[in-house]
Design a protein around this ligand. Sequence first.
Ligand SMILES: [Zn+2]
Length: 341
Amino acid sequence: MSEADPFTYDGGRVDPGETQNVRYTISETYMGDPVRMPVTIVNGDRPGPTMFLSAAAHGDELNGVEVVREVAHEWDHAGLEGTLVCLPVLNVPGFIAQQRYLPIYDRDLNRSFPGHESSTSARRMAYRIFNNFVEPCDIGLDFHTSTRGRTNMLHVRADMDDPEVSRLANSFASNVIIDSDGADGTLRREATERGIPTITVEMGEAHRFQRRLIDQALDGIASVLAEYAVHPTEPVNWPGWRTVVSAEQKTWIRADAGGLVDHHYESGELVEEGATICTISNPFKTDVVTVTAPFTGLLAGALENPVVYPGNPICHLVELDERTQRAYLRERSGTMPERPS
Ligand SMILES: [Zn+2]
């Protein structure tokens, strides 16, 4: 086996067998002080793939922050074959303000990659992040949550036409993968286009830590590390059921009336065609509007803040074929299907 290489970035170097916590300057404040992004680099004793784990590209999406912190600081990395680049908070100004966008002109950091060294403030930040900590990697995982006021079940978004991205997405072992190439300027798309297969993991709500989802994501990471033999002792997980959903197989169900929403299902539940997903009512509880499922599907995401204008999204419904429905029901009833050989 060949020797492991040091990990180098602008101004620093992390040798094999070494872990470094860095506060890396990505911008400056109005006061002229540095805006510094926390980075932990865990370089294993032995050579192997380099993988980035990033969170809070949207500053109020916190579940992934805890996921990345636990991998960096609570996992035992003895025997690691490769390097982990842990970026728990990408959008530092947004995180400090606890808002989605960069406070500077409300720019979306996750539309600013790969960035540019002499463009807008957002693109300069994106450039410092991308150039130093994304570009040297072989694969990447970027953690998000639903937008404020909504929630979603844990799922992966990935460009499944790309075999390397598909391998990464499958190894994360989520039940649902939404197949899409992602918008221009997202970390996932721009990294993938530059030969660094990257997936997005969507999990839960903004502004909170949701332990069950965090544990689920940690299992997914362990499975990815096993697939790429970064942590060779871990087994690759196989979910009890899986569905890969194209853009045509998912629908945002929108409200046709304004009012207060009473949900009959939770995110992650199967809804039968024709079943009442929710009702919308006015303050007098009269003129109740019933919203029914147009097809049998999984409630992948839902409104948390229970008020709507006509046209507002209520929930995200993902179509499941009959085989997947049966596997879903078997898993819910506690009988796990066999792992395919
Ligand atoms: Zn996000």
